[in-house]
Design a protein around this ligand. Structure first.
Ligand code: 4AD
Ligand code: MG
Length: 467
């Protein structure tokens, strides 16, 4: 069916004025004034609704349309009019209105305000709310901005496997993938599971990160990035953790930690600028109803440089804050990981802008991070942002074979899983670095939405995989 997107009617109102147009969308409201009625519809092409004016005299099915319920799908034809003196700049004077699909009176999205918690129970309908249309338009624009950023810098886009035999983070938070019968799996004589009879002949899981595979390609194509789904079986029921989320992972050859931070900072700024440019309506709505400081924060970040401090400096700042009476739930101590409350104190209260924390203790970071000369910290970097906490995690990679194998050994990891990874250090190893940007955390940051469940179409979190 040929239809005119509502977005186009707004952007080309001058040229289209007086012409016959066909719009198709879902009813947001119907106001019957006896001889005239106002039908407000939205087709999702842009943030704005369109007003369709119906005249009882000329519209044969006037009463039928007026009795439709909110949520009905309709197709309206008529003349486009510019209405500079009315609250809405354009409207369509209906010559005909057809119902494509009626809606039942119990349509759950009525005019009254709803809570995000309630909307999570109707995930199939929540995209039709202003909030979700705005969030998912921003998500889509951000995705393209990421590709554009990397492609314009000559990075190659690599798709890494979802099913894998290696634990890229070495943290053991993986979902097992198997075709074995859980009720009656094949066992060896000693009672252990016989994985040779499984589909791949070895135990495999859903990937927690594409990094190790991306490194293979960085050592050939130079600059690469992945952008795909990743999975974590961490049982943390927080507003920032999902079991299935999307990650953007660049990997750059002949690069150190400082190059890595420059890349992350440039990427975040480029995405913010693109969203500011492409989504003014969405951001305006989010700024009004979700997070009053959103626009100011995004504009500020796009034009200022990020803070860079070491983990040790961060601990000093936090200890100072604690000694001045700031209470943290978790104690601050060199050697322990930063908790969300610590991350947020640093980025929100202390610095008030995005902050890189570098050089963490080796004992709390992954095996592949490059050991610093002090022998106890690694060339890691996390980027913390106000409202979200950690949005980026990355590092310079350990390029020295003997240091890497020692580390794998020390941690008691299964060295056979990482043979290919060590091989890279045998055949033309070089300084290299990369990071992972949590895409949902980025969308939270760009929209001000405070729960990860509301920036992903159908969230998968511990205890819940509905829809
Ligand atoms: O810090 P992480 O665990 O780093 C890695 O996975 C590295 N292999 C990345 C790399 O260097 N290529 O995860 C990276 C980012 C985090 O900063 C966070 O934004 C996001 O991924 N993330 C999650 N997002 C949502 N739910 C979860 N459970 C997440 N775990 C990590
Ligand atoms: Mg991390």
């Amino acid at each position: 069916m040929k239809r005119d997107r509502i977005a186009l009617l707004y952007t080309q109102a001058q040229q289209l004025e007086g012409q016959q147009v066909t719009v198709a969308g879902w009813v947001r409201s119907i106001r019957d004034m006896k001889n005239f009625a106002f039908l407000t519809i939205n087709d999702g092409s842009c943030f704005k609704d369109l007003q369709v004016v119906m005249n009882r005299e000329t519209l044969g099915n006037y009463d039928d349309i007026c009795h439709q319920n909110v949520g009905a799908a309709v197709v309206a034809e008529g003349q486009l009019k510019c209405t500079p003196d009315a609250p809405q700049p354009i409207e369509v004077a209906a010559a005909s209105v057809q119902v494509a699909g009626a809606s039942a009176p119990d349509y759950p999205l009525q005019k009254k305000r709803t809570t995000p918690e309630f909307l999570r129970t109707i995930q199939h309908l929540r995209p039709r709310t202003n909030l979700f249309r705005a969030v998912f338009r921003v998500r889509s624009v951000a995705a393209l901005a990421i590709h554009t950023f990397f492609q314009s810098r000559g990075f190659a886009y690599i798709n890494t496997p979802v099913i894998t035999a290696s634990d890229a983070e070495g943290a053991g938070e993986m979902f097992r993938v198997t075709t074995l019968d859980p009720a009656n799996p094949p066992r060896r004589d000693d009672g252990t599971l016989d994985w040779t009879q499984d589909f791949f002949g070895v135990p495999v899981s859903l990937t927690v990160s594409g990094q190790l595979n991306a490194e293979n390609f960085a050592m050939a194509l130079g600059d690469v990035y992945t952008f795909g789904p990743t999975f974590r079986a961490e049982n943390s029921n927080t507003a920032r953790h999902a079991a299935e989320f999307w990650m953007v992972e660049p990997e750059i050859a002949f690069a150190d930690l400082s190059d890595n931070m420059d890349l992350a900072e440039d990427l975040l700024k480029a995405v913010i600028n693109q969203v500011l440019e492409s989504c003014p309506g969405e951001l305006g709505m989010l700024n009004k109803f979700v997070d009053k400081g959103l626009l100011e924060r995004l504009q500020h970040v796009a034009g200022s440089s990020f803070v860079r401090i070491t983990y040790t400096e961060a601990i000093n700042i936090l200890e100072q804050a604690a000694s001045e009476g700031h209470t943290f739930e978790y104690p601050v101590q060199w050697g322990t990981d930063l908790q969300t409350e610590h991350e947020r104190y640093l980025t929100e209260q202390h610095f008030g802008k995005p902050t890189f924390v570098t050089d963490y203790p080796a004992s709390i970071k992954a095996f592949y991070m490059r050991l610093n000369d002090d022998g106890k910290t690694v060339a890691a970097m996390d980027c913390l942002v106000p409202g979200v906490g950690e949005i980026v995690g990355g590092s310079q990679r350990e390029e020295r074979l003997e240091v890497l194998t020692r580390r794998i050994e020390e941690l008691g990891m299964d060295a056979s899983q990482y043979e290919y990874y060590c091989d890279l250090r045998r055949y033309g190893s070089c300084q290299h670095a990369g990071f992972g940007l949590g895409f949902e955390r980025l969308v939270m940051y760009l929209t001000g939405v405070s729960n990860i469940r509301d920036v992903i179409p159908h969230p998968r979190v511990a205890g819940n995989a509905d829809f």
